[in-house]
Write a protein that binds this ligand. Sequence first.
Ligand code: UDP
Ligand code: MG
Length: 314
Amino acid sequence: MTAEPTVSIVVPCHNEAATLPELIRQVGHALHGRNYRWQLIAVDDGSSDTTAEVLRELSATNPHVKSLIFSRNFGKEPAMLAGLTYARGDYVVIMDGDLQHPPSLIPKMLDQIVQTDVDQVIAKRNRTGDSWYRTQLSRIYYRLVNNLVERIELTDGAGDFRVLSRRAVDTLLSMDERSRFSKGLFSWIGFPTSVIEYENEQRRGGESSWTLRSLFNYALDGVMSFNAKPLRLVATLGGIVVALALCYLAYLIVVWFFQGVAAPGYITLIAAVIGFSGIQLLALGALGEYVGRIYQEVKQRPHYVVMEEHGFDR
Ligand code: UDP
Ligand code: MG
């Protein structure tokens, strides 16, 4: 490429007023004097702190900064989607607003994607400094997802910090599903990909918006939004239980034939009732999960509502 490549940096922000100015300063510093024309698109995802004011101010004073302000909190996925939709760059960087994704890595990632002609460069963090229990939890989760979901490989630590080529972004945008699970989508689109490793950073200022519950829901999304394997699993389970029940019935009939009625069958009865109703509830739950998702999907609501745009007219 002869002309300067253009780069859009997408930053979803929820209560990041404390770190945003510093983030933008560091990004500017990292890209200063490099052969890239860049813009940073910050998306305020209904923050309850002063993020929106900070962004209005920054996009008025800094020509690199553009911002979108949502009408309420829609979640990180819609915020990233909005950023990707507004991004015009040949390359798009996605990063968090809390400085856990070091801006100093951006030039290296960009150089790699431009020079090697891959479509995604992922910055993969290690887990130093994370709590033991959180690390184990995510290890189990990744093993589970990779077993449950066909053809999609998720790697621990490879999160949303990455650079995408224009065609990768356009492919992502062509997937218009409601419950977005980016980690899976990034893997689903394929394209040549390379990985850069970096040291884990602890959050500076503000606090993580993830609660254990929202992490659990996110994890569930990961499994559910990619295939119907859980449904099949439940059906298989049902089949096995029915087969076992039939065997047991045959056994009872044989016993009855030779020894007459064995009176105390109470425990068997209760066990069977509990087992079967449990499985039915499970199956119903799995089914309901998919039906719920179909419901969300058919409503075709917009993914987010942008209340204000700043700096895009430049
Ligand atoms: N975020 C968002 N909307 C939300 C929650 C989070 O836009 O509802 C943003 C947040 O501002 C940050 C990124 O998503 O830039 C990652 O969030 P966080 O740092 O809380 O997650 P963690 O680093 O703990 O995974
Ligand atoms: Mg964070």
